[in-house]
Ligand binder design. Structure first.
Ligand SMILES: [Ca+2]
Ligand SMILES: [Ca+2]
Length: 198
């Protein structure tokens, strides 16, 4: 008895039941029937599959504020393992030196790294989901990669400031309408106070 087509525990059929018939060449032929049951065992041969992903790129997309504080959750990735063996662990492909976020290895929760500033409007990262098959001898780990895009939204949290404000000009003996730009806005109250004393 040989395998006629590929067997896959992770497919539809895990158990096969059939009868094996032995027939002799006599007349009439005599037969014997033996029931056969074959059960497949599972091997960790399937890579993790990311779920709740976008159709457009098979990844994740989040928008966060530029003022998000350290250790705040900014995203969560999730994957399942069709093998159903062991636990999936999550990692970034990017190094911590270039990535202001870190990912919890067990939960897939992504947070802002403490002390790292967000100096880009968009971060295009890659998340890895690796199955843990260390308990099964002789089997290698399988992994999948998905894109994670984090858009950083600017907030109106910087008040206007004047350029070269420290360069005061002494204004005297000039009539109204004297051009004092580029410090016009800054000098206006100063000039008014000066003129009031005259
Ligand atoms: Ca399997
Ligand atoms: Ca697997």
């Amino acid at each position: 008895m040989r395998v006629a087509s590929e067997l896959d525990f992770d497919g539809k059929h895990k158990v096969f039941n059939f009868n094996l018939v032995a027939r002799d060449g006599g007349t009439p032929a005599l037969t014997a029937v033996a029931p056969v049951k074959i059960m497949l065992t599972n091997k960790p041969d399937e890579a993790p599959v990311f779920i709740n992903v976008r159709e457009v790129d098979g990844g994740y997309y989040e928008r966060i504020s530029e003022s998000v504080t350290d250790d705040t959750i900014v995203a969560k990735v999730d994957a399942i393992d069709p093998d159903g063996i062991g636990q999936i662990r999550y990692f970034f492909q990017e190094t911590s030196a270039t990535n202001p976020f870190f990912i919890d290895e067990k939960t897939g929760i992504v947070k802002k790294r403490v002390g790292k500033s967000l100096d880009q409007l968009e971060y295009r990262l890659k998340v890895r989901a690796v199955d843990d098959v260390t308990a099964v001898r002789g089997d290698s780990k399988k992994e999948s990669v998905a894109p994670l895009t984090i858009e950083v939204l600017e907030e109106n949290n910087d008040k206007p400031h004047f350029k070269d404000c420290d360069k005061m000009r002494y204004v005297r003996n000039h009539g109204l309408g004297f051009l004092i730009t580029p410090w016009k806005a800054f000098l206006k109250p100063v000039l008014s106070a000066f003129l009031d004393k005259k």
